[in-house]
Design a protein around this ligand. Structure first.
Ligand SMILES: NC(=O)c1ccc[n+]([C@@H]2O[C@H](COP(=O)([O-])OP(=O)(O)OC[C@H]3O[C@@H](n4cnc5c(N)ncnc54)[C@H](OP(=O)(O)O)[C@@H]3O)[C@@H](O)[C@H]2O)c1
Length: 237
């Protein structure tokens, strides 16, 4: 049984649907996109798995506790956690403030940290499990107008390695580090062209590319502490 955070839309949706196709029952976590989460759960049905949408604001520890309580009640086990939910706000250098940093750390670091801790205890009690964090190439190659986001993803990569060591041998902890796989509606044609021009493979990736790497990590019993770039070679350029 797998929990995917932020599973209602975009990359999280692709990861959830792919895990469902591989036979995993699913907790389809969402915060505000309830209808989209229902749709993901409905799309899982033909795979013959059980998929339950569960809401939580992951910056609220009491919500996170409630999410795991629901998983205990609905499924009674947890084998896979994918920490996908995140914020990505543009934060120009001269406007930086503590609020930006707090928001990015709360969502992109503290929430995956707390989810991992709560998941790991459950996995340990059942003899094993696997955690996959969704990082970003920006953890190593910072984006100019996204300082708090880059800091949060760099910390998430270190969390991956530190927890892989701490929770071994019982629980495996890995990360996928995507380059651009989906543009945002406010990203204009010129920006899209410039981003694409920096990718050696000549195109952006897709949410399914990320899902495939997550599946590889879930299904690879001897891989732990790995951070897999899924970026068309962007991190080489
Ligand atoms: N998109 C890309 O090209 C790209 C590139 C590199 C890395 N990544 C990483 O890949 C992951 C998915 O990317 P994405 O673009 O699909 O993400 P996204 O659309 O920006 O966000 C994914 C989900 O996170 C949830 N979320 C945000 N804040 C939350 C909170 N406080 N509590 C609970 N849920 C919260 C939202 O759920 P609701 O909609 O339900 O509110 C949202 O649907 C992220 O970790 C991102 O950093 C993405």
């Amino acid at each position: 049984m797998a929990l995917v955070t932020g599973a209602s839309r975009r990359v999280g949706r692709a990861i959830a649907l792919d895990l469902a196709r591989c036979g995993h029952d699913l907790a389809v976590h969402f915060r505000s996109s309830a209808d989209a989460a229902e749709e993901v759960a409905a799309l899982c049905a033909p795979s013959g798995v059980r998929a339950v949408p569960i809401p939580a604001d992951l910056t609220r520890p009491e919500d996170v506790a409630g999410l795991f309580q629901r998983i205990d009640d609905e499924f009674g086990r947890l084998d896979v956690l994918v920490n996908n939910a995140a914020v990505f706000r543009r934060t120009p250098a001269w406007d930086l403030d503590l609020e930006d940093l707090d928001l990015h750390l709360a969502t992109n670091l503290k929430a995956p940290y707390l989810c991992s801790v709560l998941a790991a205890r459950r996995m340990r009690d059942r003899g094993g499990g696997c955690i996959v964090n969704i990082a970003d190439v920006a953890a190593d190659r910072p984006f100019r107008d996204h300082v708090p986001y880059c800091i949060s993803k760099a910390a998430l990569v270190m969390m991956t390695r530190a927890m892989a060591k701490a929770y071994a041998p019982v629980i495996r902890v890995n990360a996928v580090s995507p380059g651009t796989v989906l543009f945002r509606p406010d990203e204009d044609h010129d920006l899209r062209r410039r981003v694409t021009a920096r990718i050696p493979r000549g195109r952006i990736g897709s949410p399914e590319d990320v899902a495939r790497a997550v599946r590889f990590l879930v299904e690879s019993p001897h891989v732990t502490g790995a951070v897999i770039p899924v970026d068309g070679g962007r991190s080489l350029a």
